[in-house]
Design a protein. Sequence first.
Length: 307
Amino acid sequence: MSTACPCALYLGRLSPTSRSSIASQLKSVAKLMNWPDDYGPYFAKIDYQQALVIRAVLINAGWQPRSVNRAMIAIRGIVKVAVMLGTVDQREAAHIATIDRLKHPEHQGSPLSTKQVNQLFTLLERGRSAVAKRNVAIFALLLGTGLRRSELVSLILSDYNRRDHTLLVRHGKGNKSRLLFLPKWCQEHLAEWLKIRRLDDGYLLCKTYTSGKVVLDIGLTVSAVYRLIKDKLAAIGVPNASPHDMRRTFITRLLEQNVDINTVRQMAGHADISTTTVYDKRDHQFMKSAAHTLCYKSAGGEHDNAP
């Protein structure tokens, strides 16, 4: 893909983690459209009618509304870059911008229950190989910090402070950085992996062979993590779960443990608290329990005056 290609220029404006994720998604779109490997010029020439066709193809392929909308946002962005380069008429970009976003359920996806999380780690901890130790660390970080897959695969060893047990996400969503604090159980699983990985520079979670060979300069891909999550969740009887349910589980569990929602927002790396509320999967039983704790009595047992 040429560096002057609108597609390449658009991707270059994104943060490293977003760039990797969006590039992978565009590659999937190109494959569904039967475009060649050098698909960049095809995206730059998309018109209104073809944009509608692409959206229909993605829907028919079973893509979730959020993924379809994300792909269409990228397409609009690429066409806008083409307009600025003078290779596409501005009216074409305006027409594509009128395509409505797909609506999605407010409570899309489901978090894992504590029982399912325990089943998952029981399964993972049966393995004794280098790959198994790495996989336990992957799930520990996802469920212990709420990392996005794109953030997880971008981590390098120096991002982990072994003294303070913190992780630095250098380029999160929106190109924003944040500091993550690891729970003790998460620290322990990561320590087990580091004994095998060693403390040489390279990706924190890297390519690992069944023979035990670890390749520090080759990181995991988001698609590899996707397959790993789907396979392990299916193995414990959760076949239709989304990999993003790891993040939903992290956020929901914090809220269940009465961590205030603004703190949860910061831990999750959300710019807007309204985004955090979408992930809140606490059920009616939780609200019932909360209602039982509501009381207007003072410590001495007397009712305080209320308006």
